[in-house]
Design a protein around this ligand. Structure first.
Ligand code: C2O
Ligand code: CU
Length: 488
């Protein structure tokens, strides 16, 4: 069934092809959660931290006795965690050991277009790409993943993704759990469809959204549990799924402290029982544990904002998953109290916006056009603040991600933004029919290499729901409509 409102054929699929999934109570948490290795940089003579990532194909045993063909960085599935501090100079040597062209994008990093790793920085098989930049942002949980034009979904779902953690002086001074893999835990959530006989990663049709799996991997672990030894544990939640929206909470309904969004720490912790994350979004939460207890991180009924059932699946809005079991030891080390103040900051002032732009997501297009590698969709000036209005004109979910810059949401569906999306962000859920308003300040000029904005439901991105913009020095030409010839 193809919808009547011009949904592109790339993802126009029928009604409810994927039956609802419910794994609540059905997961036997029998595998210790894998923790991605922290990659040690080599320090160059000038102090640059040099990391090496090597994309390769291999196989991974998610299910005992079955080898699933997968891709990974420096391993067979996912990649190591990179970690750097504000003002560090970093260089990443990305080598492509696959037999297809890929790229690596630093999702959430504030940098110039040439270092961004989007569609204009392909790495051919056997090639190495070595972007370098100075970390110019506050402590945050970022991630990296491929971004080859038209094939992002495929490369990410095969396993190419990893974390990039940023620290700063403020975060280092706060009494937050910060021992990586001990009380500060990466939680990379992906929904997969594993063939029970062969172990192969399959595709499960999620209607208009793309692939919606029926099992959850956390850090590449199926049915994971985490042994907790402290009375407060910090989870860095990353929705690295290709299309699925989650609403995370705990099986006993306990409240937890939401301490950071995509762009970093909130001004103060926010108590909540549920947190919705769409693909690409991150959140850091603190969970209080009592000795000897267990609790299960779960995803239940993300409020998708009134999805019409005719559009198929509604992004799995009724699907429920058990995600990760936390098992507290009988003796827990105390992490003290949760600091009442985290990272107060001055919000951008919308009154300073030099202009307003509109981005309308419709069909597989933005503003009526599919992504073109040559076309420049906007030119913005470094140092200026703009107001962007972004609207989902479809009756099913999208989201919105901008490269190289953060935004602050000022209006959401005609109202003040919910607390869950406060602070600097780079990815935002867009409910059906909803318009959001945001302000952005552009900081890294590069007149030849554009940055992307797109839907992070990866099949939509691949189908063309993406546009690109240049950040130019103030006073220079803003009438550019095509890329300079050296852009790729
Ligand atoms: Cu996480 Cu343009 O991507
Ligand atoms: Cu979309």
């Amino acid at each position: 069934v193809v919808s009547a409102v011009g949904v592109g054929t790339a993802f126009a699929v029928g009604i409810g092809n994927a039956p609802a999934v419910d794994t609540v109570g059905a997961v036997e948490f029998d595998t210790p959660l894998a923790i991605p290795e922290l990659l040690e940089p080599v320090i160059a003579p000038d102090g640059t931290k040099v990391f090496a990532l090597d994309a390769r194909a291999g196989s991974t045993a998610f299910i005992d006795g079955l080898e699933t063909p997968t891709w990974g960085f420096n391993g067979t599935y996912l990649g190591p965690t990179l970690r750097a501090t504000q003002n560090d100079r970093v260089r990443i040597d990305v080598t492509n050991g696959l037999d297809v062209t890929t790229s690596v994008h630093w999702h959430g990093m504030r940098l110039s277009g040439e270092m961004d790793g989007g569609v204009h920085q392909p790495v051919d098989p056997g090639g190495t790409w070595s972007p370098q930049w100075t970390i110019d942002q506050e402590a945050a949980t970022l991630w990296y993943h491929p971004h080859p034009h038209g094939a992002t979904e495929d490369h990410v779902r095969r396993g190419l993704a990893g974390l990039f953690l940023i620290d700063d002086a403020l975060s280092a001074g706060l009494p937050l759990p910060s021992e990586y893999g001990v009380d500060d835990i990466p939680v990379i959530v992906q929904d997969v469809a594993l063939d029970a006989e062969t172990g192969a990663l399959g595709q499960r049709d999620g209607g208009s959204s793309g692939h919606l799996g029926d099992e959850i991997l956390v850090n590449g672990t199926l049915a994971p549990y985490l042994a907790v030894a402290t009375d407060v544990v910090r989870l860095r939640l990353v929705n690295a799924s290709t299309a699925r929206v989650y609403a995370f909470g705990f099986d006993d309904g306990r409240a937890f402290s939401h301490i950071a969004t995509d762009g970093g720490l909130l001004p103060a912790p926010r108590e909540t029982e549920s947190l919705r994350l769409s693909p690409g979004e991150r959140a850091e939460i603190l969970v209080r544990m009592r000795a000897g207890e267990t609790t299960v991180l779960r995803s239940e009924d993300p409020d998708l904002g009134g999805v019409l059932p005719v559009f198929g699946g509604g992004n799995g809005g009724s699907d429920r998953f058990d995600v990760l079991e936390l098992r507290a030891a009988d003796d827990l080390a105390s992490r003290g109290t949760i600091p009442p103040v985290l990272a107060p900051r001055e919000p951008l002032d919308a009154a300073d916006a030099v202009m307003t732009r509109e981005w309308v997501l419709d069909g597989t297009e933005i503003n009526g056009q599919a992504m073109s590698m040559e076309r420049v969709d906007a030119v913005v000036q470094r140092g200026t603040i703009e107001r962007w209005r972004v609207r989902n004109d479809m009756p099913y979910p999208h989201n919105f991600h901008v490269h190289g810059v953060h935004f602050e949401v000022t209006r959401y569906g005609g109202e003040a933004p919910p607390a869950a999306v406060a602070g600097p962000k780079d990815t935002l859920y867009l409910p059906p029919g909803v318009e959001v308003e945001m302000v952005l300040r552009f900081e890294h000029a590069d007149a030849s290499h554009p940055l992307m904005l797109h839907c992070h439901l990866l099949r939509h991105e691949d189908a063309g729901m993406m546009a690109q913009f240049l950040v130019v020095e103030p006073g220079s030409d803003t009438e550019i409509t095509t890329l300079p010839p050296d852009a790729t």
